[in-house]
Design a binder for this molecule. Structure first.
Ligand code: SAH
Length: 356
């Protein structure tokens, strides 16, 4: 084995093709290897029977197939499953599978901890350690597939992927895009862009780059419709205020009438949940191809906020619906295993830095 072997899980098709060309091999070998690894879940080169023996030996010499390790699996009474995954550096991240009647969504992490510091989010309170590598991002999908395959029921298939776990995906742009390329590629996971959602707290330059290189479905963690309140809840708003954020959202959908942006809005009792706030939100999103997702706040140890009551959430939703804005209240799933939105904490050591 060479000194610095490449982890094959770090490569999407384009990168794998260049790798084979550098080895003096034909680029189509990339498709064969992707098929073995990401569709048949085979990582032992000896089993890749359509590759010559000498090529298998070369692969074993120059590459490894390293993945995070499943440290623990938690099963919720509602069918939600969470995995705590240990990385080679010792830190842990979390991945969640949410089965519904006709789809199964996997919620993937993009960083160890989070660089942002949203005041209502437990991941943010953990601080930030580092960006995940592509292999650690796509590895979550690979491991979840493997784990769910054993429980065979149809309802256990992953049909949708959301980058809504720990971390800010646009702050780890290149590795996240390489992983999403694999998720979208017919030679690996082959999901449609409609079924792959990236959620961001509003990193405007990243939204513009994403539109050009990998325009998957976009979700924005909005949570407030005026800058004063959003500065407190989502501090990156000080850098990219609402008008700039919405302008980037406009650019994201322009010229493609099939695109809608999901705006996530966490319901915090007495903070952002009055009918007045709903009117403001409706005004902000007027004439925009938007869907609003109301998320009842999920409490965690030492959290500063409380969840709005269901009555308050329903009134808020009615205001938006009357203004013609599609609005759904997100069902809280997996809260008995701390797998609900904003509860993912992993185990983050050596916190280095975070945005404030
Ligand atoms: N950093 C990205 C990805 C995280 S997605 C982003 O901000 O979009 C996680 C979603 O859950 C975000 O919409 C986030 O705002 C929301 N969330 C965070 N903490 C929460 C909590 N305690 N209760 C409910 N939703 C929360």
């Amino acid at each position: 084995m060479v000194n610095n072997p490449i982890n094959i899980f770090d490569l999407d098709r384009i990168k794998l093709e260049s790798f084979f060309i550098n080895l003096g091999e034909k680029p189509f070998r990339a498709r064969q290897v992707l098929n073995w690894i990401h569709q048949r879940f085979v990582t032992d080169y000896n089993q890749m029977t359509d590759l010559s023996r000498s090529l298998r030996e070369k692969l074993a010499e120059y590459t490894v197939t390293d993945l995070p390790k499943i440290e623990h699996q938690y099963d919720s009474t509602d069918g939600t499953r969470k995995w705590l995954l240990r990385l080679s550096c010792g830190n842990c991240i979390e991945t969640v599978f949410i089965p519904e009647e006709n789809r199964g969504t996997l919620c993937i992490s993009s960083q160890v901890g989070c660089i942002l510091n949203c005041s209502f989010c437990s991941t943010g309170k953990q601080g930030f350690n580092r960006n995940l590598r592509t292999s650690e991002i796509i590895g979550q999908l690979w491991l979840a597939n493997e784990s769910l395959k054993q429980s065979k029921a149809n309802s256990q298939a992953i049909t949708n992927v959301v980058m809504m776990g720990m971390g800010e995906p646009l702050a780890n742009f290149n590795n996240v895009v390489t992983a999403m390329n694999l998720i979208l590629d017919d030679f690996s996971y082959g999901l449609s862009w409609r079924r792959v959602t990236l959620s961001t707290a509003g990193m405007v330059p990243g939204i513009d780059r994403l539109r050009v290189v990998c325009p998957v479905s976009l979700a924005i963690s909005l949570h407030a419709s005026d800058d004063k309140l959003r500065d407190v809840l989502v501090p990156i708003n000080k850098q990219y205020p609402l008008q700039e954020l919405l302008a980037a959202c406009h650019r994201y959908v322009i010229g493609n009438n099939k695109r809608i942006i999901t705006f996530e809005y966490v319901m915090l009792a007495g903070v952002n949940d009055s009918p007045y706030h709903a009117q403001q939100l409706a005004k902000l999103l007027k004439d925009f191809p938007a869907k609003v997702n109301l998320i009842p706040f999920n409490p965690f140890t030492n959290s500063l906020y409380q969840r709005s009551s269901m009555d308050v959430i329903n009134v808020f939703r009615e205001v938006l619906l009357k203004k013609g804005i599609v609005t759904v209240t997100r069902k809280t799933r997996g809260d008995d295993i701390a797998a609900a939105c904003g509860q993912l904490a992993g185990q983050v050591k050596d916190r280095t830095h975070r945005f404030n």
